[in-house]
Structures are given as C-alpha cells and as structure tokens.
Write a protein that binds this ligand. Structure first.
Ligand SMILES: [Zn+2]
Length: 290
C-alpha cells in the first residue's frame, strides 16, 4: 500500500512542522526574563535569557557539564547565544566557554582584558578567532542590552585596562556587571577581591541590587561587610562545587551574610538557582531552592 505509506509520511511531516512552529512561536512570545545560576560544580556560569536571546556570564570548569545545562534552558532549535562574558581568565570561569563557542553561534565575546598563559585561555582565544567571534574588552560604563528594557551595565574593570595588574592577579580584573530589569537588579561580581570592591564603593557606583552573586565562591578574600551594606541585597548566590578543595564558601562569609539577614542560596546544595521575572519587571521570583 505505497499510497497509504505516503499519506502517513505527509501527515507525520506536517505534524512535526506544526510542533516546531508552535515551539518557536510560543518561545518567542515568552518575554519573561530568567536568570539561572547554573550548578556547574566549582566555578561560575550564569545564563540570562529572554525569549530567544541569551547572555552567558562565564562557563564553569567543564564544557560537557555546561552544554548539558544549556540543553535544559536553551530551546533545541536556538543555536545562538547572543553574548558571552568571560569575567576573567581562570579555568573555573572560562573552560566551559570553549565548547559553547564550538557548539553555538555567538555574536560577541566580552572579556576583562586580563591575560593568562594558561592552555585554556589560549584555547578560548583560538576558538573565538576560528569562529570569527567579535571581541570586546569590558570597561566601566559599557552597557549591553539584551532587550529594550533589560540592560547590563559594566562596573569593572575600569578603562583603560589596569596596566599595572600583576600577572597572577586576574581576579582584580573580573568583569563586574549589574543587570537591571524594571524594579529588579542582579549584581555579578566574578572573583573580585576586597581591594577592587572598595574601588567600586569609592567610585560611588549604584551597587544596590536585590540579588548578589557572591564573589569568588564565598572566599574570605572578598565580600566585605562594607560592600554588603552598599549592595544591600535580599539574596546571595554562592556558586560552588560540593566538597571543593578550596574550602569555599568560608564560614566567615556565610556568617557575615546571615548577620545581614541575606538569604543564602548555594548551587552545591540547591542545584541550579533560578529566578523568573514577570513580563513588566515588577517581580523576580526564586523558582527552585531546596
Ligand atoms: Zn573562580
């Protein structure tokens, strides 16, 4: 019955197209903003999405792990990440980004400008060149728009790039950015150390943000009481691997956050920490937390 087979084939193809079309259009209409602090082990990876637009801040220590996570949050038909931000060249922040460049089309890669002699830094540089990705050096005052009403403002590094930055002090160059959406704001700090936090305070930047990504996985080299008072956040996210060898996060930082009555969310305990914001930006709510 070749005719019947042909009819089934056409019906099957038509249904597949309908499903894909429905998936694409419903996602494009889903204009809600989502900020996902991905559980990638000992490292950082934060995915900011709205409809089919995405910004990925850092890629964690493993490409396999990161691609698995992106598969959960980026629709299968969307093979583009609009902007990648590598906060600084340490492997726990950039290793996963190499595989993102390999597997997704990326419009732009934003870096701190700090250099490293590591193999992974060289691999990221080569992959970006091979894929002809536009590169930019982050500098204070730069604004990145995800949409008309969703904006990331860069607070660190300052411009021009810190020339006297010690070779091994890549943390000080960490890209620090504030995401603003309606009434809501998130502050992403990379692995920024105390001294650089103080410079942000001295520069009188609008640090106040409801949600703070705790710097350097909760190391005591960052997150001073003074900085916490300026940021004045309700929630703090610690992106950290279970039983990591660095002892992150430290009891000292956890105590400091608790004393400020800031809700602590850890990726090693809660898995991915997800905030879903409503369409107008009135409210961003925590979607998952154990
Ligand atoms: Zn780190």
């Amino acid at each position: 019955m070749p005719n019947r087979k042909l009819i089934y084939f056409f019906i099957g193809t038509l249904l597949t197209f309908c499903l894909i079309f429905f998936g694409v259009t419903s996602n494009a209409q889903n204009k809600k903003l989502q900020v996902a602090f991905l559980d990638v082990g000992q490292g950082d990876a934060i995915l900011i999405s709205r409809g089919d637009k995405q910004i990925l801040i850092d890629g964690g220590p493993s490409g396999t792990k990161l691609l698995e996570k992106l598969g959960e949050y980026v629709p299968f038909w969307d093979r583009k990440i609009d902007v990648l931000i590598a906060t600084h060249p340490d492997a726990d922040h950039i290793a996963g980004l190499v595989d993102v460049l390999k597997n997704y089309s990326v419009d732009e890669l934003i870096e701190s400008g700090a250099q490293s002699e590591s193999q992974i830094f060289a691999a990221l540089k080569k992959m970006a060149e091979d894929k002809k990705v536009e590169k930019q050096i982050a500098r204070r005052g730069m604004k990145i728009k995800l949409d008309d009403d969703v904006q990331l403002e860069i607070f660190n590094p300052t411009n021009p790039i810190i020339d006297d930055l010690k070779k091994d002090d890549t943390n000080s160059a960490s890209v620090v950015a504030k995401l603003t959406y309606g009434e809501n704001s998130f502050l992403f700090t990379g692995d920024l150390p105390l001294e650089a936090e103080n410079q942000l305070i001295a520069a009188e930047l609008p640090l106040k943000s409801q949600i703070l990504k705790v710097s350097h996985h909760g190391s005591k080299s960052a997150t001073s009481l003074n900085f916490l008072e300026f940021v004045h956040s309700n929630d703090a996210i610690v992106s950290v691997g279970k039983g990591n060898r660095y002892g992150h996060p430290t009891a000292e930082i956890l105590d400091r956050l608790k004393k400020q009555k800031i809700k602590i969310l850890r990726t090693d305990e809660s898995g991915d920490v997800i905030y879903n914001c409503d369409v107008v930006g009135d409210k961003c709510e925590l979607a998952t937390a154990k």
